[in-house]
Design a protein around this ligand. Structure first.
Ligand code: NAD
Length: 337
């Protein structure tokens, strides 16, 4: 069992951006623990930066695979503190075998992510991003800016956990009909009028599909050639969950054939070495992303759905509480087992 004999805790924070450091410095009141901030992502090649630390703190694109975990273990790391909800980038089994505990921030602000999904829908539909640029350049034409009413449309929600649930509630406010698929049904949502259907029927009936399930072996490439074939002509697909829920090559085909009418993604299958970085003066080393970006009906944001003041405050305070509980040998309420 992992124990923590030597206090205070020394914590290495990987993939640090200025805003991460700002929030940690704002909320870390306990002077006994020391934080070191590394801009680099955690991979097996950078894992030796953990020498001398007790805890590592990582984010969505750090690669905490078996090789990395074995190096962390050799270096005496006892706790991996994820400052996010999803943990698909951590080999939980390997962590367990190496006696390293894993904690996460299970629900920091479902509203932040679901509101961003709605922002993608509204932008793609009403084309405010294009209108903004046009008007700034003195072009007041409405040509090609036509949208559709959300009222009365069918929204298919895949995954009705914390985020999917708030997304359903917001879309009900627009007067939409909500259908959903989840391996667990929410009685609360059923009572509010959401109808659970088999997955294929959700694909067939939705005008807009929004993905809110975790990435795992059952959900990887849930949007693929076969599922796209079932969808309505001109369907809108929104993904604020994890990139690999979508088979990018198949979606590009769907966009080319006009079967997919709109695509809004905050996450991308191969975002790991791109998102959160500034490539504006570099060659983007990803032809699939460039192809996606070439469609007028595709909107990509770089994993910013979580990024609100409220969510950052909650992510930081929960991460600090998780580390504090470990330090004090208390129950780890947010442990990933
Ligand atoms: P959650 O655990 O509360 O909900 C996930 C839901 O998916 C659960 O109801 C679960 O039963 C369901 N599910 C599991 N397997 C499924 C399957 N095979 N098919 C359909 N549904 C399935 O998680 P959450 O807090 O709502 O977060 C959902 C996802 O959003 C996370 O896994 C994470 O990947 C992603 N996320 C993205 C961002 C971002 O900034 N873009 C931020 C936070 C979370």
């Amino acid at each position: 069992m992992a124990t923590n004999q030597h206090l205070p805790m020394k914590i290495a924070v990987f993939s640090t951006k200025s805003y991460d450091q700002e929030y940690f410095e704002k909320y870390a009141n306990d002077a006994s623990n020391s934080f070191s901030f590394f801009e680099t992502a955690l991979t097996k090649d950078t894992a030796n930066l953990s020498i001398g630390f007790d805890v590592i703190c990582v984010f969505v694109n750090d690669n905490v695979d078996k090789n990395t975990i074995e190096i962390l273990s050799k270096n005496g790391i006892k706790l991996i503190a994820l400052r996010c909800a999803g943990y698909n980038n951590v080999d939980i089994e390997a962590a367990k075998n190496n006696h390293i505990k894993v904690v996460r921030v299970p629900a920091y602000s479902p509203e932040a992510v679901s509101e961003h999904a709605v922002a993608l829908i509204l932008t793609l539909n009403r084309k405010t991003h294009k209108a903004y640029n046009r008007v700034r350049e003195g072009n007041f034409s409405l040509k090609n800016l036509i949208g559709f009413n959300l009222n009365g449309k069918t929204i298919g929600v895949i995954g009705t956990g914390q985020i999917g649930k708030t997304f359903c509630q917001i879309m009900k406010g627009f007067g939409c009909k909500i259908i959903a698929f989840d391996v667990l049904k929410s009685e609360e949502l059923i009572a509010s009028g959401v109808r659970y259907l088999p997955l294929n029927e959700v694909f067939e009936q939705s005008d807009i599909l929004s993905l809110h399930c975790p990435l795992n072996s059952n959900t990887k490439h849930i949007i693929n050639k076969a599922s796209i074939a079932l969808m309505k002509e001109g369907v809108m697909i929104i993904n604020t969950s994890r990139g690999a829920l979508i088979n990018t090559v198949d979606v590009i085909q769907g966009l080319s054939s006009k079967k997919i009418g709109y695509l809004g993604i905050d996450v991308y299958e191969q975002e790991e070495n791109l998102f959160f970085e500034d490539f504006s003066e570099r060659i983007i080393p990803d032809d699939l992303l460039l192809r996606l970006n070439s469609f007028p009906n595709v909107l990509i944001t770089s994993h910013q759905a979580f990024f609100t003041k409220e969510a950052m405050a909650e992510i930081t305070t929960t991460t600090l509480d998780n580390i504090k509980a470990f330090e004090k040998n208390q129950e780890l309420v947010n442990e990933v087992k």
